[in-house]
Design a protein around this ligand. Structure first.
Ligand code: FMN
Length: 193
């Protein structure tokens, strides 16, 4: 990624809904995942402390990303889970999901020409276990931080991006293999050219 200044990324970010239907590179996907919610270690008083690249309440890292790869060079289409600590993808389901996204999940037709749909999943149970009911609020805030990281990274990479909260929860959660309660889809970000 060539990138640009943070100020330029903030000023030029815009919600784009007109995707070309072209692919993005696997390296772009890797960059998007790493900068939005990747892992790093920091030395604090001689001890190694792990953080994600987005702040999260209690450093619990409540947000998980499930990329739905529609058109990524070098990656078979399908639903994946991003392992933040190891920076790798594991397969949830392989297959072509563009039509399914358009007809059963998102409905906004233009989104199915994106290259990747990033589903931001909140690990609600992980946060409420520590903070009780206030955890629901905290997960929403955590999702917002990862979303903006991803939107700015996409912009800096010269890619188009748009968020949507308009999706069919049950359909999406089922495909991801999550229960919609302890772990639930909160936001989808479409990225492409
Ligand atoms: C939580 C959230 C949900 C959104 N849902 C949709 C949506 O369902 N469809 C859509 O086209 N845009 C959606 N958007 C994009 C907004 O419409 C867009 O951010 C807003 O119009 C401001 O435009 P800008 O992002 O270009 O500044 C959503 C944005 C956010 C933050």
């Amino acid at each position: 990624m060539e990138g640009c200044s943070l100020g330029t990324a903030i000023r030029t970010r815009v919600s784009s809904r007109e995707f070309s239907g072209a692919s993005i590179e696997l390296g772009d996907l890797s960059t998007l995942l790493h900068y939005s919610n990747g892992f790093r270690t920091r030395n604090v008083d001689g001890e190694s402390v792990t953080h994600r690249n987005a702040p999260s309440s209690g450093n619990l890292g409540s947000v998980e990303i499930f990329p739905v790869a529609l058109r990524v060079s070098g990656l078979r289409p399908g639903i994946y889970h991003y392992d933040t600590a190891g920076h790798f993808l594991s397969v949830v389901q392989r297959g072509e999901f563009a039509t399914w996204l358009r007809e059963y999940v998102l409905y906004q037709r233009e989104f199915s020409k994106a290259a990747v749909a990033f589903v931001l999943v909140g690990s609600v149970g992980r946060v409420t276990a520590k903070y009780g009911d206030r955890g629901y609020r905290l997960v929403l805030l955590d999702v917002g931080h990862v979303s903006e990281n991803l939107q700015l990274t996409a912009t800096a990479a010269g890619l188009r991006v748009c968020a949507t909260a308009g999706f069919i929860d049950g359909e999406l959660n089922q495909a991801l293999g999550i229960d919609g309660l302890a772990s639930a889809s909160f936001l989808v970000l479409l990225v492409g050219t």
